[in-house]
Design a protein around this ligand. Structure first.
Ligand code: NAP
Length: 292
């Protein structure tokens, strides 16, 4: 699909991300209105965009309205204006503000009540990567609405991924990826701190990047299969053995006087699985004990 047709778009929010999105749409030849609570930031977007002082005027008559604000509460506050809601009727709202699946569901409820087509979306990119191959945007909601706007939406990310009709699906996938990112990053930083505290140059750890990323990759592949089969048996390394390894990490952290909070949290999760009788199973068996 290509987008040779010019679409009338409004981008609500001229923060770091909103500015990048608006510029990308404009660079792709679309007619872009921008609005921001702090008007000077909307005027600074440039790139052929048109800054509006009034949100109602910015969104009126637009085919596609993209929101990029700090949170859904800020959007809800703006959309609570009768004039803004009336101006949005008949348009498609793409909610690119990061949030939870519950936020997405209330967004859809609001949109349905106001005659607005709604896609909930999540962007996986820094603003500098918007419009490049390195930007991914996940979309959830009506497939027909997504298909209608897909060519236009390609302007902000080469990877436009339609996830599911379930409106919370994009936020769910985004949260899942971000958890792996933040949790994995904290583990990497804690590991570097352990090395430094023990007098080992953290460079020695980073030099082994392929080893630890490789282990995570192998585990993700194994977990995918085991979770699908609901069978965590194997002959590689039992949870009992893994728990013993984590106990060493807790001891090293305590001895070296760096925070033990993160490894203790790990230990607690793995021990809980052992306590549930899974000690002889493989590491992904922890999955079974993560339900509240
Ligand atoms: P930002 O630079 O801090 O911009 C926040 C925007 O929200 C500004 O336009 C701000 O307006 C507006 N805002 C906040 N509260 C508001 C309110 N009560 N009423 C009206 N407007 C309000 O943040 P950002 O980095 O652009 O992030 C925007 C969204 O993109 C977030 O949901 C974020 O999670 C997501 N995101 C960002 C990145 C990234 O790398 N930056 C990556 C992925 C996803 P003012 O200028 O008037 O304060």
């Amino acid at each position: 699909m290509t987008s040779s047709r010019q679409t009338k778009i409004a981008v609500i929010g001229s923060g770091l991300m909103g500015t990048a999105l608006a510029r990308a749409f404009a660079a792709a030849g679309h007619e872009v209105a921008v609005w921001n609570r702090t008007a000077s930031k909307a005027r600074a977007v440039g790139g052929g965009t048109l800054a509006f002082e009034s949100l109602t005027e910015a969104v009126a008559g637009r085919e596609l309205v993209v929101a990029s604000l700090s949170n859904y509460a800020a959007c809800a506050e703006l959309f609570s204006s009768k004039d803004v809601a009336a101006a949005l009727t008949g348009t498609t709202l793409v909610q690119l503000t990061s949030g939870s699946p519950a936020d997405a569901r209330s967004g859809l409820e609001w949109a349905r009540a106001h005659g607005v087509d709604y896609l909930d979306a999540a962007i996986l990119a820094y603003p500098a990567f918007v419009a490049t191959d390195y930007a991914t945007v996940f979309y959830a909601g009506s497939r027909a609405v997504f298909d209608r706007h897909h060519p236009t939406l390609q302007a902000i990310a080469k990877n436009s991924v339609y996830v599911d009709e379930k409106i919370g699906a994009a936020a769910t996938l985004d949260c899942a990826i971000l958890e792996a990112y933040y949790g994995g990053s904290l583990a990497v930083l804690h590991a570097a701190a352990m090395c430094k505290a023990e007098g080992l140059d953290p460079q020695a750890f980073f030099a082994q990047k392929n080893s630890f990323l490789g282990l995570i990759s192998v585990t993700a592949d194994a977990a995918q299969d085991m979770i699908a089969r609901d069978d965590f048996s194997g002959a590689q390394c039992s949870l009992n053995t893994h728990v013993a390894a984590i106990e060493h990490i807790v001891r090293l952290s305590g001895d070296a006087r760096i925070s033990t909070r993160f490894p203790r949290e790990l230990l607690e999760n793995y021990r809980r699985a052992v306590g549930a009788g899974l000690g002889e199973q493989e590491l992904p068996a922890v999955f079974r004990t993560l339900k509240d």
